[in-house]
Write a protein that binds this ligand. Structure first.
Ligand code: SF4
Length: 211
């Protein structure tokens, strides 16, 4: 068995474990072997005509989902382009689907997200009727401790660097547990169970997505 087949097999087995974990937490998981397959799965879940909002989900861009939804027969709520940002935000809370990614995830299905403005974590909790996470296998961690470490030391500093924020991590590349006015680490969301069956869906993608 060559190295690539080994990795493929290992990721598939790992994904099966994550999907089982999600099911035990009242969430639904899917495994996609490639970005193309992930896009197909996502589009099969979201009916045409749906209203869609999103919060900083690079992975949804990377599989081509945002482009497909913007160009398709959907009502995509683009908060960045909206003249009235508050109205667009409130409309997002009432959307049919919310697109998200995870900063990290445990191999038994717990999702971890850190947020600054907190629209993303609040909409994962409540509001949009359904939530769709696109998660690359690079985000899967052995346990919650590892997932928190990944979210704080990999995802958050990379995000802060991407936005050119004035935080210690943009210089060091590591979390310094700052309380800078620019910090993007205001809220930490650990999603360990969904009260509402069928609301949260996670597509695990056999690729490196986001950061
Ligand atoms: S707490 Fe501050 S230093 Fe740590 S990742 Fe967040 S913004 Fe960066």
């Amino acid at each position: 068995m060559d190295l690539n087949i080994n990795i493929l097999k290992r990721n598939e087995l790992l994904a099966q474990k994550v999907i089982k974990g999600l099911e035990s937490r009242n969430m639904t998981g899917y495994y996609a072997d490639s970005k193309e397959e992930a896009l197909k799965t996502a589009l099969s879940l979201i009916p045409e005509g749906s209203s869609i909002a999103m919060g900083g989900a690079m992975s949804a861009h990377e599989i081509g989902l945002v482009k497909a939804l913007k160009n398709g027969n959907y009502h995509f709520i683009d908060r960045d382009a909206a003249a009235d940002k508050r109205a667009a935000m409130l409309e997002s809370y009432d959307s049919d689907w919310f697109l998200a990614s995870a900063n990290a995830m445990t191999d038994d299905g717990i999702l971890v997200n850190i947020d600054g403005n907190s629209n993303r974590v609040s909409m994962i909790c409540q509001g949009p009727k359904q939530v769709l996470f696109i998660v690359g296998m690079n985000k899967i961690c052995a346990d919650l401790d590892d997932a928190m470490k990944r979210a704080r030391n990999v995802a958050a500093p990379t995000n802060a660097q991407r936005f050119g924020l004035d935080t210690p991590c943009t210089k060091t590349g590591k979390c310094m547990d700052c309380k800078s006015p620019d910090t993007i680490c205001c809220q930490f969301l650990i999603t360990r169970f969904s009260r509402h069956a069928g609301r949260i869906h996670v597509i695990l993608v056999n690729d490196v997505l986001g950061f």
